[in-house]
Ligand binder design. Structure first.
Ligand code: EPZ
Length: 431
C-alpha cells in the first residue's frame, strides 16, 4: 500500500487547473443508459470512482472508451439491469443508475448501499420518489428491485425532503426516471446542487424537458426518447475548495484556474471571515493570504450553504486559526473522523453531538495519520502542509477515489509531498 509523505512548512506558488466534477460526472455518465445513441462526456476526472462507474455501466450493456478526460459510450445490449454488488459496495454513488434504468428499461436491481465511515447512507427518499411515479419496489437479499407498472411510469408531484433536508442523488434518480414518465412530474424540496443542474442541462441537451433545476422545485414533462449527447462536465467545486484551503493553510498566493467562483460562495465567505481574501479574475481565483487565519463558525447544509464535503478540509485550517472555531455538521453528523486524526498532529478539537469545537494552535506537529474517506484524506494532507516536520498519510486509496494526481499537482505548486510504499517507510524506520 502507498502513502503520502508530507514535509510541512513549504510555501506554495503558481497555478493549478481544476478537474471536472466527480459528483457531476457520476450521474451524468449514467444517462448513457437513457439513449440508444452514442454519448461523449468531456472533462471527466480520471479517478477511481469514475473507473468504477464505467465498470458498472459496462455490466449494464454500455461500452465505454476513455481518451484522456473524455469518455465515449455506446449501448451494446440491454439484457442486464442488475448493478453488481461487488462494484456498488465500493461506491455507493452506483445507486445513481437506478432512475435511468427504471425510466429506460422499466426495471432495475441495485444493492442496498450500506453505511460508510461518514455515516448511514439510506436511500428511502430515492425509493419514495420512484414509488410515487408508480414503480413497484421489492427487497431481497440486500438488493432493491424496482419495476415500472405495465402502463409505464406516471408523472406525480413528489416531496423529496428528508430529516436532513434535500438529497442530491435521490433528486437525480427521480428526475431521470421522470424523463420518460407519462405527464408532468414536480419534485418539491429538490436538491439545488450545481451537479444536479449539470445533470438536468445534459438531459435537456438530449431532448428532455426539465425546468427549475437549481431551485427546490424541478418540473419534468415526460418525453418518449432521448438522443445521444456530447457533454462537458462542470468543474469540481469541492476540489476547488480543497486547493483554496491549501493556499490559505500555507499562506501562499496560489491561483486556482478553470473553476466556477459562483459555486464557491459559501466557502469564500468563511475564508473571508478567517481573513483569507480570494481575488477573482474571470474563472481564476487567487488566494490573498492575510497572516494567521482567524477563527470562524459554520454549519454544513444543502447547497448553496457550506458543503459537507469541505468540512474536513476546513477543520485543518481552523486547527491552526487564531481563536476558537465551531463546526456544526448537519448533513452527516458523524463525519468527524478527520478531527480524530488531526488530534494526532496536535490539533485541539472536541467533537460531540455533530459539532466540533476547534481551539486553534500555533503549529501542528507532523505524525503518521490515516485517511478514512476521501475528504478526510485530503484534509490530513492539508494539515501536513502546515505541520512542523513530516506527516505520513496512509490509506491514500481513499483520496485517489476523488482527487486526480493529487500529490503530483500539489508538488507542482511547491508542496514537499511524495508518494511512497508503506513498506519502504517501515524499512527505512527499521534500518
Ligand atoms: C452526494 O451524496 C455526494 N455524492 C456526497 O459527496 C455529498 O456528501 C452529499 O451528496 C451531500 O452533499 C455524490 O454526489 C456522488 P444526499 P448523496 O442524498 O446524494 C440523507 C463526496 O465526498 N438521505 O444528498 O448520497 C443522507 O443520509 C461524497 O464526494 C436520506 O436520509 O447524499 C444525508 O444525511 C460523500 N435518505 C443527507 O440526506 C435518502 O434517501 C444528504 O444526503 C438519501 C439521503
Amino acid at each position: 500500500m502507498d502513502c503520502y509523505l508530507v514535509e510541512g512548512g513549504a510555501k506554495l506558488s503558481g497555478t493549478v487547473q481544476v478537474n471536472g466534477s466527480k459528483n457531476a460526472a457520476l450521474p451524468i455518465l449514467a444517462v448513457s443508459l437513457m439513449t440508444g445513441g452514442r454519448c461523449t462526456f468531456r472533462n471527466v476526472p480520471v479517478i477511481r470512482d469514475l473507473q468504477t462507474q464505467v465498470k458498472i455501466l459496462n455490466t449494464l450493456g454500455i461500452e465505454s472508451q476513455w481518451d484522456g478526460h473524455t469518455v465515449t459510450t455506446k449501448v451494446v445490449d440491454t439484457y442486464n439491469s442488475v448493478a453488481p454488488y461487488e462494484l456498488v459496495k465500493t461506491m455507493r454513488a452506483g445507486v445513481c443508475v437506478l432512475g435511468p434504468l427504471l425510466g429506460m428499461r422499466g426495471q432495475a436491481t441495485v444493492s442496498l448501499p450500506g453505511g460508510c465511515v461518514i455515516g448511514e447512507r439510506p436511500i428511502d427518499l430515492h425509493l419514495k420518489g420512484l414509488a410515487a411515479l408508480g414503480a413497484e419496489i421489492a427487497f431481497d437479499q440486500g438488493n432493491i428491485h424496482v419495476k415500472a407498472p405495465r402502463g409505464g411510469l406516471k408523472g406525480a408531484t413528489i416531496y423529496l425532503g428528508g430529516k436532513f433536508g434535500s438529497s442530491v442523488l435521490a433528486t437525480d434518480n427521480v428526475m431521470c426516471a421522470a424523463v420518460f414518465a407519462k405527464g408532468v412530474t414536480v419534485i418539491e424540496c429538490a436538491a439545488c446542487e450545481p451537479e444536479v443542474v449539470d445533470l438536468a442541462d445534459c438531459l435537456n441537451a438530449m431532448g428532455a424537458k426539465i425546468t427549475g433545476a437549481g431551485s427546490p422545485r424541478i418540473t419534468i414533462h415526460g418525453v418518449k426518447r432521448l438522443k445521444g449527447v456530447d457533454w462537458s462536465v462542470i468543474p469540481d467545486r469541492i476540489e476547488t475548495a480543497t486547493f483554496l484551503i491549501a493556499g490559505a493553510i500555507t499562506q501562499s498566493p496560489i491561483t486556482i484556474a478553470g473553476g466556477r467562483p459562483d459555486h464557491q460562495l459559501a466557502v469564500l465567505d468563511v475564508l473571508r471571515q478567517m481573513g483569507v481574501e480570494v481575488k477573482r479574475n474571470g474563472s481564476k481565483m487567487t488566494v490573498v493570504p492575510g497572516g494567521r487565519p482567524k477563527s470562524a463558525e459554520l454549519a454544513t447544509l444543502p447547497y448553496p450553504a457550506f458543503p459537507t464535503d469541505v468540512q474536513s478540509p476546513m477543520l485543518a485550517l481552523m486547527a491552526i486559526a487564531n481563536g476558537t472555531s465551531i463546526v456544526t455538521e448537519r448533513i452527516y453528523p458523524d463525519r468527524f473522523m478527520a478531527a480524530a486524526e488531526m488530534k494526532r498532529l496536535g490539533a485541539n478539537i472536541a467533537v460531540s453531538n455533530g459539532q466540533a469545537v476547534i481551539q486553534g494552535v500555533e503549529r501542528l506537529q507532523g505524525a503518521p495519520v490515516m485517511a478514512s474517506d476521501l475528504r478526510c484524506g485530503a484534509a490530513l494532507v492539508l494539515a501536513g502542509l502546515a505541520a512542523q516536520g513530516q506527516t505520513r498519510v496512509s490509506r491514500i486509496y481513499h483520496v485517489e477515489r476523488g482527487y486526480e494526481r493529487f500529490e503530483e499537482r500539489l508538488r507542482k505548486l511547491g508542496a514537499k509531498i511524495s508518494r511512497v510504499s508503506e513498506e519502504s517507510v517501515e524499512a527505512a524506520a527499521g534500518a
